[in-house]
Design a binder for this molecule. Structure first.
Ligand code: PLP
Length: 341
């Protein structure tokens, strides 16, 4: 087989040897009865890391978001969200299906939500409009090219919201922390509930966590059961998650450095895209191009695997299984590349 570099997503990462060993050794029990000590250790550890009272291990990031939606809303409520957030555009309409809620969408092309835009919707409650149950932010923001929120902006939004719940889709919270130098705890402090994925840049095979106040997490446990996400001897997965939190966070900086280089390569290969590599602050290069779909297809044939996330937007993601040498290979491919038109 010809060489390829898989930049489709950071979810393609393989568990590390240390994870596989920890999984083999894990002490487990029936988590449905709260009997799995490894799961409990992971939940306590994550709660500590993000500075929340309590946490819940869930099978996927989508389920983490969906549980947050179900515990913070009632049917008919409005959620204020960015137009291109995962919970809006990449969860197959799950929030409508699972929780019978609707979204009020605000501009988020930078990855951040404007405080005035959000408050405009929130305040319209007082003008005979439907109740806003919660606001969601995504940090880092995937489709904005892995953009991390500015922590002061986040604090300003949280202050403006007062008691109104704020959910943070922190699928890549640790990328945000590494990129901004802020602690996950400080970043999550503005949010009522926070979700983070272990299965992306942190390389665990499966699993995400949702954290928040104990009362809410009690309700979250019930919703997880309702959604079919309560698992049994799942300490085998939690064991890998503990290794992920212990050993895989700092190294995200390497992914960010490689993504920046990748961004520079794409900017010079496709100057017509107007892509500015300085906007690449974490591990995602997202480039607008009229021929995005075709470029992804043709680069794929040459061994550079990416994906599209919108009709004219392509995405390439760095992760632990991408080396400097792999980026050299991409550079080589791009040097000779022009899409057949
Ligand atoms: C990947 C992702 C999710 C969902 O995670 P899964 O584990 O794939 O279900 C949620 N939000 C964002 C921003 C993501 O990138």
């Amino acid at each position: 087989m010809t060489r390829h570099v898989d930049l489709r997503s950071d979810t393609v990462t393989q568990p590390t040897p240390e994870m596989r060993e920890a999984m083999a050794r894990a002490v487990v029990g029936d988590d449905g009865f709260g009997d799995d000590p490894t799961v409990r250790a992971l939940e306590e550890r994550f709660a500590e890391v993000v500075g929340k009272e309590s946490a819940l291990f869930v099978p996927s990031g989508v389920m983490g978001n969906q549980i947050a939606v179900r515990i913070l809303t009632r049917p008919g409520d409005v959620i204020v969200a960015g137009k291109s957030q995962h919970v809006v555009s990449f969860e197959m309409g799950a929030s409508a299906r699972n929780a019978s809620v609707q979204f009020a969408l605000v501009e988020d092309s930078s990855g951040e939500l404007g405080v005035d835009d959000v408050m405009e919707v929130v305040e319209s409650e007082k003008d005979h409009q439907v109740a806003v149950a919660m606001v969601t932010v995504e940090n880092t923001h995937m489709s904005a090219g892995g953009a991390p929120w500015d922590i002061e902006h986040l604090r300003t939004l949280a202050r403006a919201l007062g008691e109104k719940p704020l959910h943070m889709d922190g699928a890549r919270l640790f990328n945000a922390a590494v990129a901004t130098g802020e602690s996950p705890r400080d970043i999550a402090a503005s949010a009522t509930t926070v979700m983070a994925c272990l299965s992306k840049g942190l390389c665990a095979p499966v699993g995400s966590l949702l954290a928040g106040p104990t009362e809410l997490m009690r309700a979250a446990r019930v919703e997880r059961k309702r959604l079919g996400g309560a698992m049994r001897q799942v300490g085998v997965l939690a064991a890998a998650g503990l290794v992920a939190l212990d050993t895989m966070v700092e190294r995200l900086a390497e992914d960010h450095a490689r993504a920046r280089r990748l961004g520079e390569l794409f900017a010079s290969a496709f100057p017509e895209s107007g892509y500015d590599p300085a906007t690449c602050r974490t591990n995602i290069v997202a480039v607008n191009h009229p021929q995005a779909r075709q470029i992804v297809h043709e680069l794929g044939q040459r061994g550079v695997w990416g994906d599209t996330i919108a009709p004219r937007r392509m995405r390439f993601v760095t992760h632990a299984d991408v080396s400097d040498d792999d980026i050299d290979f991409v550079a080589e491919v791009l040097t000779h590349f022009t899409p057949a038109s």
